[in-house]
Design a protein around this ligand. Structure first.
Ligand code: ADP
Ligand code: MG
Length: 248
């Protein structure tokens, strides 16, 4: 069971000439679900990108550590090896590369002791995970995300999470494009991961609907690059009812 923490302290970041994140601090511990809600343009995806190390962003101040390891000093692949995973808001198509191939390449992100303990057969895990979220096995050998619907891509991201078992996952609007049944499958799978191996989750979402199946321990409201409110799950209901205007 994973234990540790992903700590974001006073993070300021942006693109050249424009500060987007203006001092974000929050700490996710293993097994916890933190929701980040906020209006369009508040900086939610920027936070996800900066945490994972997408090129094009500048860090102006602050720190991000995973069990004390300075993530901001590492390239993306080493952040993944440290145990960080990002489910993208807009998963990209990768023609010519199947899910199995991509996950086999990502195999070194699975901790060596886990591989030593049970061998970790990627294909086997993939089939088991596909079964758990009702993802058609026909998709597994197809080029990654090519010709998949928005919802199928989100299931695909969830499959990768289930196979690789990262320590901390950032889910950038994993609920967008999912119908209510798929939302239930994806939300429950992630929720189960929090107790199965102690996954810590930063779930970015606009809507409360996801949080009916993926129960947040903490809810943060992001507005104009700042966390303007933090509370328990009731905060998501309040935001859902009253909108974001009160948090400007
Ligand atoms: P959210 O995910 O909350 O909708 P984003 O983080 O995507 O918000 O964007 C926050 C703001 O920063 C928006 O105004 C967006 O246009 C701008 N932004 C983010 N990334 C870039 C980029 N690479 N280039 C230019 N503007 C960007
Ligand atoms: Mg976004």
């Amino acid at each position: 069971m994973s234990t540790g923490e992903l700590q974001i302290e006073g993070l300021r970041a942006g693109i050249p000439g424009r500060e987007i994140l203006r001092g974000v601090s929050l700490t996710v511990r293993s097994g916890e679900v933190h929701a980040v809600m906020g209006p369009n343009g508040s900086g939610k995806s920027t936070l996800a990108h900066v945490l994972m190390g997408r090129p094009g962003y500048e860090i102006l101040d602050g720190s991000v550590t995973l069990d004390g390891i300075d993530l901001l000093a590492l390239p993306t692949w080493q952040r993944a090896r440290a145990g960080l995973f990002l489910a993208m808001q807009h998963p990209i198509e990768v023609p010519g590369v199947s899910l199995v191939t991509s996950l086999t390449a990502a195999r070194p992100t699975i901790p060596a002791d886990e591989i030593a303990a049970d061998g970790v057969d990627i294909g086997e895990r993939l089939r088991a995970e596909a079964g758990r979220i009702g993802f058609d096995e026909r998709f597994l050998d197809r080029p990654l995300n090519v010709d998949l619907s928005g919802g199928e891509r989100k299931r695909n991201e969830t499959l990768q999470l289930g196979v690789l078992r990262p320590r901390f996952a950032i889910l950038d609007e994993i609920d967008s494009g999912l119908d209510i049944d798929a939302l239930g499958d994806v939300g429950s799978r992630v929720q189960e991961a929090t107790t199965e191996w102690g996954l810590g989750v930063l779930a970015i979402t606009h809507f409360r609907r996801l949080l009916d199946v993926l129960h947040p321990d903490v809810v943060h409201v992001l507005s104009d690059g700042r966390v303007v409110a933090t509370g328990e799950s009731e905060l998501a209901e309040i935001v859902d009812r009253t909108g974001y205007a009160a948090y400007g």
